[in-house]
Design a binder for this molecule. Structure first.
Ligand SMILES: [Zn+2]
Length: 446
């Protein structure tokens, strides 16, 4: 299994200067390669990354655009991995684009990178750096202090140095033997999880998990700091002779004041902090869920296809659904937990989990409702979580009319009752009881 450990770096000012230049190099080479690719493609050629790299290597020390004002090739100052890797990245980006296109998915063609608007990063191959405890020796700049040691043992595949706000990180990819990845579960429950609006998550055991408190404070700060920055931007616009609300013509560069720069840096730090708070919360939640459950059921949410009001509702949810799901997927493998993704049209909120009556009139605002059939009083989120749980135990309720109000658009196949997708069949590396007997269910379901 391939795992990545991201470690904070503590570089000296000289090292930061090198990092910035290396990132700039990677960006510029990417743009050169993409431009060349497009040119060759438009001329009827079949560009490929290896040929482009050769072409680049032939000119990189001689072509005027890669020389500094003294006529010296400045690429020599930067380690070659930083300017060789973008070609591989470009090849991958096109490959992904064409695969998605063929599969009928939404495809994104590679785009030019803009300074300050793209992620700053560069690559170092595994034979070009050495780790020694809490230091990493990188080419051209030597030892850089890290805040912790690499946690994984295994074959090191490579590293990427990147920047978020004003901090630098190194992400080290390690191929870890499967046996070392596995973790022991502490208990073997089966649970459904409803990611929600009022609470961050509701578990079918009845537990309601609230989003971390500092998040609200950070969001408030974000508003204030965002306003401060936009005021400085407006001032800069006025100084340059534009109206406050005027759209700037393309290519206009406003003068950047020191205060605007400072303000932008503060805002970037705050955004990074917010992302960290969210990531910390989701990581702890997903680890706990995988550690305590032998089977988990979540909904398959298609963010794009969701109804407008639901989209809004999810946007204010503090658990990023994509992040939550991808973390569950890889952690479920490590803990040998079955992860079951419920069909997108499974009406988990509308079904009464006791008798199966479907509440067609349920709206997003209804936090509680009473079943017209059996009179049961439901908490919306808990009821949904319990319905999801049923998918794992094989006692899923029949769906009365899957197409009506369930969200499925006309022409789409109605959902199969209780259709589930187990992410992986358990390798059975956990010998603790409680799991084998349930295995029959999954085999029958899949
Ligand atoms: Zn009922």
């Amino acid at each position: 299994m391939q795992l990545t450990h991201t470690i904070t770096l503590c570089p000296t000012p000289e090292q930061i200067d090198y990092f910035k230049r290396a990132c700039g190099t990677a960006r510029r080479v990417w743009n050169w390669a993409l431009n060349e690719w497009k040119k060759q493609y438009a001329a009827g050629g079949k560009p490929n990354a290896m040929a482009l790299k050769k072409q680049f290597n032939a000119i990189k020390y001689t072509d005027p655009q890669w020389l500094d004002e003294n006529g010296r090739p400045w690429l020599r100052d930067i380690h070659r991995d930083a300017h060789a890797r973008p070609f591989a990245h470009l090849a991958k980006a096109w490959e992904r684009f064409f695969t998605d296109l063929k599969a009928g998915k939404e495809a994104h063609a590679p785009r030019f990178k803009k300074k300050g608007r793209c992620r700053d990063s560069f690559y170092v191959a595994n034979d070009k750096f050495r780790l020694d405890g809490k230091t990493i020796r990188l080419p051209k700049i030597g030892e850089v202090a890290m805040t912790e040691e690499l946690r994984f043992k295994g074959k090191i595949l490579g590293a990427t140095v990147s920047r978020t706000a004003d901090r630098w990180f190194v992400a080290i990819q390690v191929e870890v033997p499967d046996a070392q990845c596995y973790r022991r579960r502490t208990s073997h429950e089966v649970n459904g999880i409803d990611l929600g609006v009022t609470a961050a998550a509701t578990i079918s055991s009845g537990e309601v998990i609230e989003a971390p408190k500092p998040l609200n404070a950070a969001l408030r700060r974000l508003k204030i700091r965002g306003r401060r920055l936009s005021r400085k931007l407006e001032a800069a616009k006025e100084m340059a002779g534009f109206g406050r609300r005027a759209r700037l013509p393309k290519g206009t560069r406003l003068p950047v004041s020191n205060n605007r720069q400072k303000s932008a840096a503060t805002l970037a730090r705050l955004y990074a902090r917010l992302a960290n708070l969210r990531a910390d919360f989701t990581h702890k939640l997903t680890t706990r869920l995988c550690r305590e459950n032998q089977a988990l059921v979540i909904e398959d949410v298609n963010v794009k296809g969701m109804l407008a009001n639901e989209k809004l509702a999810r946007a204010i949810s503090d658990v990023g659904f994509g992040m939550f799901r991808s973390q569950l997927e890889y952690k479920a493998r490590r803990y040998g937990t079955h992860l079951i993704i419920a069909d997108r049209w499974y009406p988990s909120s509308r079904l009464c989990f006791k008798c199966g009556w479907k509440n067609e009139a349920l709206t997003l605002r209804d936090r509680e409702w009473v079943c017209a059939e059996c009179g049961a009083h439901h908490d919306r989120d808990l009821n949904a979580a319990l319905n999801l749980k049923r998918l794992a135990t094989g006692t899923a309720l029949p769906v009365a009319s899957p197409t009506s109000n369930g969200g499925a658009t006309a022409g789409m196949a109605p959902a199969v009752v209780g259709k589930v997708t187990p992410v992986r069949d358990d390798g059975g590396h956990q010998d603790t009881s409680g799991q084998e007997e349930n295995c029959a269910h999954f085999c029958a379901l899949s």
